[in-house]
Design a protein around this ligand. Structure first.
Ligand SMILES: NC(=O)c1ccc[n+]([C@@H]2O[C@H](COP(=O)([O-])OP(=O)(O)OC[C@H]3O[C@@H](n4cnc5c(N)ncnc54)[C@H](OP(=O)(O)O)[C@@H]3O)[C@@H](O)[C@H]2O)c1
Length: 325
């Protein structure tokens, strides 16, 4: 089969070339990849700064949509020809990938493979961090930073669909799209003071949950923007990893700061999350209420161009890579 291989050269160039095809374990299926999608983590992994967890494929790619072409002998409930999508610990930038059967989601008939491939990473990350880690309840207010990111565009829709007023930050040109996705109010990350903004919108209380991929440069403002008992979930470090923590504020206002990564979690934990997504979120996808926002679709042979575009910070939503049969 062919897969994207990262070159040893200075540019870490991406080449579509022959590699050995993976073989499914007894509890896994083999998927013929029809589409995958680009994540920030891929940019880091390509440069040797984000190693795959032990046992995962070295090939880039954290999500996939395609057809089941082989089932391991312990797999039940799935058959050759099923249209599936899945969260992966790696291996998506390839014609074939193996995946534990417990992590498969059935692609509804109204979704193309490109649309389905754009969902898993954003959906799992948003749901896990907002609803499992931060326990966001209906009626509570949420703030999503980098609201126009692949993760952010799904997180906004999820909050709106599950009953939370949701605010978002992004650069100015992307804000109107975030309102269309269900944000109650949006803030230009370069010009507006999101702390004053959310306080005005919550009668001075602040928001209950913040989903934050920015980290250090937002830490102090995030704490001020939280309601008493508020939860800050740090999922990325786009704005740096080191900051001063005003513990007095954390203590007196009973704040909780949660750090969270998805990729390194066990298959059992991801399987549990898959069942919860199937029950609570997949009906929204099947009914068309929640869709991945796709900025652009590339062929996998153009993966380099897709990485450059994601790195430019100019995208809204996901970049998808289609894979030839
Ligand atoms: N912990 C986890 O389990 C997990 C899982 C998935 C992703 N993530 C993290 O979530 C983040 C989003 O991932 P993604 O793939 O969805 O990203 P993406 O689609 O590439 O979007 C990233 C966006 O963030 C904004 N941004 C960039 N640098 C920033 C900065 N210094 N301050 C504020 N905003 C900045 C830019 O939009 P604007 O210019 O419009 O603001 C950029 O387009 C990444 O940090 C990723 O590592 C974490």
């Amino acid at each position: 089969m062919k897969a994207i291989v990262v070159g040893q050269d200075q540019r870490h160039s991406l080449r579509w070339q022959e590699v050995p095809q993976p073989v499914p374990a007894p509890d896994e299926v083999l998927i013929n990849t029809r589409a995958t999608a680009v994540n920030r983590a891929d940019l880091l992994q390509r440069r040797g700064r984000y190693a795959p967890p032990p046992g995962a494929s070295e090939v880039l790619g954290l999500e996939v949509a395609g057809e089941v072409v082989q089932c391991g002998e312990q797999v039940s409930g799935w058959s050759v020809g099923d249209r599936v999508c899945a969260l992966l610990a790696g291996g998506g930038y390839a014609q074939y990938v193996v995946c534990p059967a417990d992590l498969l989601l059935r692609v509804p008939g109204n979704l193309s493979f490109a649309e389905a491939a754009a969902l898993p990473e954003a959906l799992y990350t948003s749901y896990l961090n907002l609803y499992v880690e931060a326990r966001l309840r209906p009626g509570e207010h949420a703030l999503i930073h980098a609201g126009a990111s692949g993760i952010g565009t799904v997180a906004i829709q999820l909050c709106a669909a599950l009953g939370s007023p949701v605010y978002a930050t992004a650069s100015a040109g992307k804000l109107p799209r975030l309102l269309q996705l269900g944000a109650t109010a949006v803030f230009d990350r370069e010009q507006a003071d999101f702390v004053a903004g959310v306080q005005a919108l919550t009668e001075g209380r602040g928001v209950d949950v913040i989903l934050d991929p920015v980290g250090a440069s937002y830490l102090a403002r995030n704490l001020t923007a939280l309601n008493i008992g508020g939860r800050l979930v740090v999922i990325g470090l786009l704005g740096g990893a080191k900051a001063e923590l005003p513990l007095g504020e954390v203590l007196t206002r009973r704040l909780r700061i949660i750090g969270s990564v998805l990729r390194g979690r066990s298959v059992a934990e991801k399987a549990e999350l898959t069942r919860e997504l199937e029950r609570r979120v997949w009906p929204l996808v099947a009914s068309g209420k929640l869709r991945a926002v796709i900025d652009r679709v590339f062929s996998i042979t153009e993966a380099e161009a897709a990485h450059s575009l994601l790195q430019s910070n100019e995208t809204t939503g996901k970049l998808v890579l289609t894979v030839p049969r």
